[in-house]
Each structure stands twice: as C-alpha cells, then as structure tokens.
Design a protein around this ligand. Sequence first.
Ligand SMILES: Cc1cc2nc3c(=O)[nH]c(=O)nc-3n(C[C@H](O)[C@H](O)[C@H](O)COP(=O)(O)O)c2cc1C
Length: 154
Amino acid sequence: MTADTPILLVVHHTPSPPTRELLESVLAGANDPDIEGVTIRSVPALGATIPDVLSAKGFLFGTTANFGYMSGALKHFFDTVYYPCLDAVAGLPYGLWVHGNNDTAGAVTAVQKIVTGLALTQAAATVEVTSGVDATARDRCYELGATLAVTVAG
Ligand SMILES: Cc1cc2nc3c(=O)[nH]c(=O)nc-3n(C[C@H](O)[C@H](O)[C@H](O)COP(=O)(O)O)c2cc1C
C-alpha cells in the first residue's frame, strides 16, 4: 500500500450480530490477499464524513431494511454528503448489500435513487439477505467486497 493507493470506502449500518457477519464477509472479500492496489476503509454510517467520501475512489454501502426504507443511519450519511460531494463522485463505482427480515426491496430502491443522483456506477449486483445469515449469504457478501476492491484497484 502506498499513500496514493485508491480507497474503497465501506459505509455501513451494522446494529446486530447477523449484520456484523455480513460486514465481516464484505471486508474479508475486499481484503482478499490476491487483490492488490486498493486500500479498504470501513466506517459506520453515523461516523462517515465528507472528507471520507472525497478521498475515496469507490464505495460499498451496507444497510438494514427499516420500515420499507434504508436505515436512518445510512440516510443521514447520504443527507450529509450529497451536495458537498456531488461533483467529485460522479462515475465512481459502488456496491450495495441490504439485510432485512422479509422485504428489502424498498431499501434497495431508496439507495438506488440517491446513487443515481450522485451518478455513481453500479459495479456489482446488489446483495439482499432476508432472515438468517448462512454460508450463501456470507459468500455473496465476500464476492461483493472482492468485486468492488478489484474494480477500484483498476
Ligand atoms: C424499526 C424496525 C423496522 C424494520 N423494518 C423492516 C422492514 O421494513 N423490512 C424488513 O425486511 N426488515 C425490517 N426490519 C428488520 C431489520 O432489517 C433487521 O432487524 C436488521 O436487518 C438486523 O437483523 P437482525 O434483527 O436479524 O439482527 C426492521 C427492524 C426494525 C427494528
């Protein structure tokens, strides 16, 4: 890693052990030892800042489904960074994972509206996990993390 290694910023809302498992799988994939030339930075959504976004070359967003929408934490993040970062992030790649009990569609749609406004480019299929976190869910999250890391490493 060098000072100018591109940064993949992981912005997530992780309020429970199952969602922690998904985050750890995403980060394990992003930090796959076979992937070089990218720095992974993971920040909780309520702590992610405008400078975090401006320093990144790609994004992974993780959220729970809450009341048919993304979590308030991730929404707060987008509310904070949207206009200050609008020009800087256009065209950069992103990926998304969502965890819910039974219906993640509203959360996915909500994030898609915002990233469309930011003109981010989807670099991997969205991972939607409902109920229990099993090996398949962990593998999909690993793949998501690895795909974004390879994309940002270029
Ligand atoms: C206030 C609240 C609203 C929720 N709304 C939804 C929802 O609309 N759709 C859904 O699939 N899950 C919903 N859930 C479930 C959360 O997504 C779930 O608790 C979260 O992903 C963490 O998973 P866990 O409870 O298995 O640890 C909600 C949970 C809470 C506390």
